[in-house]
Design a protein around this ligand. Structure first.
Ligand SMILES: NC(=O)c1ccc[n+]([C@@H]2O[C@H](COP(=O)([O-])OP(=O)(O)OC[C@H]3O[C@@H](n4cnc5c(N)ncnc54)[C@H](OP(=O)(O)O)[C@@H]3O)[C@@H](O)[C@H]2O)c1
Length: 405
């Protein structure tokens, strides 16, 4: 099952013209992708109305967004924040709710378009709720496809939902991918900035701080994905995401380090043609592509000036310094619950690093150790996804405790 750009498949939910009013729900509205989505939505008040906004615990920003955009509902996943949210929304007419179930219920409300921008596997149930009502889902939350890719794509097909990739690399591929002639695709080439440690050796990485790891050279992103970029686990997760989104085997998905982040990814065809999508590194461009789809809408993103950009460089990734690429490929090749375990262990390890409980290189040790410790079981249903995720988190937490002792 691949995503399809055929507007006819979603004509119950997609706007029939660029001028039609579209109701949108933003899951993770207080995050990096969420706030940039709000930026585009707020610039187009005649085109978009907001149904629901959700966050985890950032009540102040969520309430500010709700006062500005007047959704029907605003939700915090953290139940202890309910009273704060209710107080902050008093007199606005916006309903407040709290808890993970309320986030999933927000996704199930009848909006035309849902931005899935929660970080981590916490986005699984809400994304599924949107998919199961056949919504048009703009998909940033890559961990969901990594932890439950096959099941998610089955649900997309079963319910006639549409997934529009938001990751800049997958948006690029989506824009140049020949969905009618998938056999003509020779390989996908995901570009990677290389992250803040692209030129650093392992000795430097061993003592790298949280501040150094989140200081991404080209993209301004949330803490978790920034650390994933530093380890290059982000690119590993993206290989898995691309496999499920486009139905292309792991052996035909390559990674190319491109520090300027201008070429956002490429598709090579059997005749030797290579098609790419280019732009300045600004997430509002892929967000707007998904928000406007099938039309294109303007964004304030800086225009690409290739003369000013000057030399564009490309290099092969270094699997010795960045073992996360190897671990991700091994998980995808193993199949079943292996990607679920990889992603859950990585979430635990990255959080421990962000909390300064373990060192930077301990992240890969925790992930690899968790993968080795757990049997690779098949995944037949969501219950098995949840079990594999929970077990991996337990084992990874033990390993974090052992490392930080
Ligand atoms: N940032 C980028 O440029 C970028 C690019 C491509 C893909 N992505 C992907 O997009 C997703 C979001 O990334 P981000 O950088 O925007 O992350 P972020 O800045 O950390 O924002 C995460 C959002 O999810 C909410 N959230 C966190 N934990 C939650 C939970 N347990 N339940 C419900 N909501 C929760 C947060 O709420 P609070 O603010 O209340 O904590 C926030 O709204 C990730 O999967 C990332 O890999 C991001």
């Amino acid at each position: 099952m691949v995503v399809t750009p055929d507007a006819a498949t979603v004509d119950l939910v997609a706007p029939q013209s660029a001028d039609a009013m579209r109701r949108v729900t933003i899951l993770g509205s207080t995050g990096s992708v969420g706030t940039q989505t709000i930026d585009i939505v707020a610039r187009n008040p005649d085109r978009y109305a907001v149904e629901a906004l959700t966050a985890n615990r950032n009540v102040a920003l969520l309430a500010e967004q709700a006062r500005q955009l007047k959704p029907r509902l605003a939700v915090v996943a953290n139940p202890s924040k309910y009273a704060d949210l209710k107080d902050a929304l008093a007199g606005t007419g916006v309903e407040a709710a709290a808890g993970p179930e309320a986030v999933a219920a927000a996704a199930a409300l009848p909006s035309d378009w849902v931005m899935a921008a929660i970080v981590g596997a916490a986005g699984l149930e809400p994304t599924l709720a949107a998919v199961r009502r056949g919504a048009c889902v703009a998909f940033a939350n890559k961990e969901v496809l990594v932890c439950a890719g096959a099941l998610m794509m089955e649900e997309v097909g079963r319910h006639g939902a549409t997934l529009l990739p938001v990751d800049s690399e997958h948006s690029a591929i989506y824009q140049v991918f020949d969905f009618d002639r998938v056999d003509s695709v020779q390989r996908l080439i995901l570009t990677a900035s290389g992250g803040p440690f692209r030129t650093k050796d392992r000795a430097f990485m061993a003592t790298a701080t949280r501040e150094q790891a989140v200081a991404h050279p080209t993209w301004d992103m949330g803490a978790k994905i920034s650390v994933d970029s530093a380890t290059m686990m982000n690119k590993g997760l993206e290989i898995i995401e691309a496999h499920f989104l486009f139905g292309i085997p792991e052996s035909k998905i390559d990674v190319l380090v491109h520090p300027q982040s201008v070429v956002h990814s490429l598709v090579e065809y059997v005749d030797g043609s290579v098609l790419a999508q280019l732009g300045t590194p600004d997430m509002r461009t892929p967000i707007a592509y998904a928000l406007g789809w099938p039309a294109r809408i303007p964004t304030p993103a800086e225009r690409l000036d290739l003369v000013k950009a000057g030399t564009l460089t490309f290099e092969a990734p270094d699997p010795e310094r960045f073992p996360a690429l190897r671990l991700s490929r091994a998980a995808l090749q193993s199949g079943g619950g292996a990607p679920t375990i990889l992603s859950a262990a990585n979430e635990v390890a990255v959080q421990a690093f962000l909390d300064r409980r373990i060192g930077f290189l301990d992240i890969e040790r925790v992930v690899e150790g968790t993968m080795e410790a757990l049997p690779h079981r098949p995944i037949r249903d969501l219950g098995e996804v949840r079990d594999a995720d929970a077990e991996a988190r337990r084992v990874a937490a033990d390993r974090v405790a052992a490392v930080s002792r």
